[in-house]
Design a protein around this ligand. Sequence first.
Ligand code: GTP
Ligand code: SPV
Ligand code: MN
Length: 580
Amino acid sequence: MSISSVAEKWVEEAAALTQPSRVVWCDGSKPEYDRLIEDMLRDGTLLPLNPRTYPSCYLHRSHPSDVARTEQLTFICSRDKDDAGPTNNWMAPAEAKARAGAYVKGAMKGKTMYVIPYLMGPVGSDMSRVGIMVTDSQYVVASMHLMTRVGAVAIQAMRRDDDFIAGLHALGDLSPDRRLILHFPEEKLIWSVGSGYGGNALLGKKCHALRLASAQAREEGWLAEHMLILGIEDPEGRITYVAAAMPSASGKTNLAMVISSLPGWRAWTVGDDIAWMHIDATGQLRAINPERGFFGVAPNTSPKTNPNGTAMVRSNTIFTNVAMTPSQEPWWEGLTPEVPAGLTDWQGRPWHPANGPAAHPNSRFTVLASQCPSIAPNWEDPQGVPISALIFGSRRSAVIPLVFEGFDWNHGVFLGSAMSTETTAAITGQVGVVRRDPMAMIPFCGYNMADYFAHWLATGPKLAKPPKIFRVNWFRRDADGKFLWPGYGANMRVLKWMVERVRGTGRAEETPIGYVPAPGALDTDGINVTPTQLREALRCDAGEWLAALDDLGQFFDGFGSRLPAPIAASLAETRRKFGA
Ligand code: GTP
Ligand code: SPV
Ligand code: MN
């Protein structure tokens, strides 16, 4: 493996700062992975799971105060505060390095520093990008093996000596008081200290592939989005590809591998969390999945809700913060209808209901995408897949209809920018609080979100045939608090209507917020939804919407004159249509 001098120099600097006793360059090989697993089994970082029913599967328990992304400790460190914008935490680059420098200085004393060259995206794709991260966590190295393409394959994809995102990760003491996740877009640099969990620590994922990539994408004219990618095959065998943005723990993994109850319709998984989308020479939007694996939410993943999800984690999977049965099998709430006796909870204690759920609500599995039964045969196509529709979905108990379609590109971008959602366990803090989350990117946009809206608006006219843009909400509830829509496999019905809309055959009715399915246009044959429930799920209420648009207007005001005029115009026009 030959490595550029720029990369070598950066690694030397990282080592000088953190002072490890040893530096190991990772090659991404199976023997390397096996050695890491052996080491971690020996020191207790991993626990073995049942080798007969879950071969090569392991359980990791993270520190109880390190179980989800910590957004309040995540910063965009652009030189100019306005370039981070009002929705991001900002710190001046020098201050950020001084503060975090105190935590990382000597942080790897007596430890091994692993250098991980990783490739985000398929081998041989112009859309793929390289990162080089260092870490003192073997769990992070093993996870990066599953989530990215590690080793020579990354170094060979560098187009110049300095063509990589540099990432410094140190566990520190895992205290939230000494935790910082810092992004330096102008330096193509990430510093993360004090957390070993998920998006805080697997730097290829949110830090690189979303926050820094979104900033890079804007400069280079592409899109880096918090989106799943999915192929929808109809009974004639034609495949329509869509990408869908949904906030954390709000349905991407589930939709990406949905099993349809509609005869002849099936889904092909291309990605479950991040989409990088470029415009090709013909003006077609094409998407790649930059990741190699899934870091998916465990709770409520069951043979009923997500059969592909449960099938793919039966081998070669690292589970984090799930519970364990007496026969060393992983368990989480919703996996089986009955709670098994004798569970050990996610903190290693005999489970007691008074201690809360047995598995942490943000417990997860890490597994290669290739293990998913519905993985698309072309999921690693260097050209990506052609995108015909974009979906913005959020988690809202009220107000937001099951599905509606934007009038055109600009209106669709407005619908994405208008998204709000109820918070989930994927982020530390209160669950179920409604917050603004444009395009499901509020925690992941690496620059000023007003400029991000402008970038989206500017992308439409560059496309020969802009994809249709839809909004969805699987989570609307009735007066008794029950979901109005069965969700999961039934979501294919909504996808089918979208495919028909793309082809110009799906019937729709116009409302002030967009097109909704006309009566009978949504195929509910064979699923348990009454006409009243469907009407409720699709209902668009003027009073509720006007209140929601007031809140949206205040949010937009925070961007000042940087808010693009077409976004403000769409808001005004919607209010007018509702009679305001
Ligand atoms: P991140 O990995 O955090 O980005 O999450 P995600 O968007 O991939 O969410 P995921 O598919 O893992 O779903 C999160 C939670 O929502 C799980 O507990 C699912 O069971 C639940 N969920 C997913 N789809 C549906 C649905 O259609 N209806 C309902 N009611 N719940 C759903
Ligand atoms: C999310 O929170 O959106 C995730 C999990 O996909 S993490 O990798 O921890 O960010
Ligand atoms: Mn996510």
